[in-house]
Ligand binder design. Sequence first.
Ligand code: GRF
Length: 199
Amino acid sequence: ARLVVLVSGSGSNLQALLDASADPAYGARVVAVGADRDGIAGLDRAAAAGVPTFVDVVRSYPTRERWDAALTAHVAEHKPDLVISAGFLKLVGAEFLAAFGDRYINTHNSLLPAFPGMHGPRDALAYGVRLAGATLFFVDAGVDTGPIIAQVAVPVLPDDTEDTLTERIKEAERRQLVESVGRLVREGWTITGRRVMIP
Ligand code: GRF
């Protein structure tokens, strides 16, 4: 199966997918990496793995819709079976969702529906929850609201800082991403209400 991965930052989730795809038995490989900005480690990781990249910067398009159309076209060129937002910090638009909404997934660093948005670990710490984690879900038109594929929980420890909690979540998040993407592409999926069932 063909994976296109979208990134905006360090790309450690991308790296986990690149490493997993080295084994043909995994059943999926990263065929392209897209970004909304230049100069990020995620693009370097793709280049180091010999994977083609593209960059669509919002402000180089006259409107948000034109950016969305360009991103949609660039992703479509690589004929993905699954498109993965892995730390991609942009909300896609209607055209992208019309093209890929049945195959566009995102990994978020909280146990949704708690703590959507940019600061999952910080918000979890501030609230005082004892369990934090990561959620993999199909993207819909909302912010961190689509049907859930998988969740993993990690403890919040008494002396946690935002950094230590973020790292603990990210370790679990990477394992979950690799395992769930493998199952999705090998076994397929159906969406029932808010849940994604893997046969
Ligand atoms: C992930 O924890 C993701 O949930 C959050 O940003 C992080 C991306 O990390 N939105 P990386 O770029 O994959 O290292």
